[in-house]
Design a protein around this ligand. Structure first.
Ligand code: SAH
Length: 249
């Protein structure tokens, strides 16, 4: 599931607003705050959130980290500094891939306070640490920028996964060129009847363009059958028997 972004003791409204904006840029909506300052939802927060300011109304506020993560299965803690703790360390991409590959897990990412980062007790509640690899001499990012990098990686991993899902479905039923070409010929035959492919000297080029349009994305056999059914339906003349089409042409 898409991760919750959990800010522990955020001090500045600007940062909360920028995190909300970065999240919404990456299609994330579950923002949780632990012990934010009083009046955290102020004009600075709203201004920094820009087009995502409406989403701030859905932000949940908690008194402790335990309460903020109680409904989750798997939690990451982000830190710029290596801590003396026995923890697996992931890059944001590794963490994102893990979340996308385990879509039934409810997950969250903890971010620390602007000045001092996460306390070791917060990190100890997480399963894995995320360290964003930056300049070793100056690795501490602004809170909202760190959140953007993690949210961005999640969004990329999610996009890639939905793409491969499409490919997996298609692999079950990819169309044979033979049937795709029969569809092209069927379409071109009917277009010839309407004079769409005139003048004659341009016909070859128009046919090539049409064929290219239908091969930008892979087609399944079902796609080809649907397209041929559409041609048959559109060219059906009332009074003549509806023949549909067969694979001979
Ligand atoms: N001065 C603090 C850093 C605070 S930055 C310190 O030294 O720990 C605020 C938060 O942004 C951090 O708590 C962490 O959650 C996140 N962050 C900043 N830089 C990061 C990095 N390079 N890797 C992972 N998280 C980072």
């Amino acid at each position: 599931m898409k991760p919750a972004i959990i800010l522990i003791d955020p001090q500045l409204g600007e940062n909360i607003g920028m995190v909300a904006r970065a999240m919404w840029n990456c299609s994330l909506t579950d923002l949780r705050l632990v012990r934010p300052r009083d009046h955290w939802l102020n004009e600075h927060t709203l201004k920094a959130a820009a087009g995502a300011s409406d989403r701030l109304n859905e932000t949940k506020v908690f008194a402790t980290t335990q309460e903020a993560i109680a409904d989750l299965h798997w939690v990451f803690a982000t830190t710029a500094r290596p801590r003396c703790m026995e923890k697996i360390i992931n890059t944001p991409k590794e963490a994102a891939d893990y979340m996308v590959q385990n879509p039934t897990l409810k997950t969250g990412i903890l971010f620390g306070r602007e000045r001092s980062g996460l306390h070791n007790d917060d990190i100890a509640m997480a399963n894995v640490v995320i360290e964003i690899p930056m300049n070793p001499d100056y690795s501490s990012l602004n809170l909202a920028q760190a959140a953007l990098i993690c949210a961005y990686e999640y969004h990329q991993a999610w996009l890639e996964d939905s793409q491969s899902l499409k490919e997996r479905i298609l692999k079950k039923d990819p169309a044979l060129k033979e049937n795709i070409i029969l569809f092209f010929e069927h379409l071109e035959r009917e277009l010839d009847k309407t004079d769409f492919l005139l003048p004659l000297e341009k016909r070859a080029k128009m046919v090539r363009n049409l064929r290219n349009i239908f091969q930008h994305i892979p087609m399944s056999e079902q796609d080809v059958r649907t397209l041929r059914g559409i041609i048959s339906a559109l060219t059906f003349k009332p009074g003549s028997p509806y023949k549909g089409f067969d694979n001979k042409g």
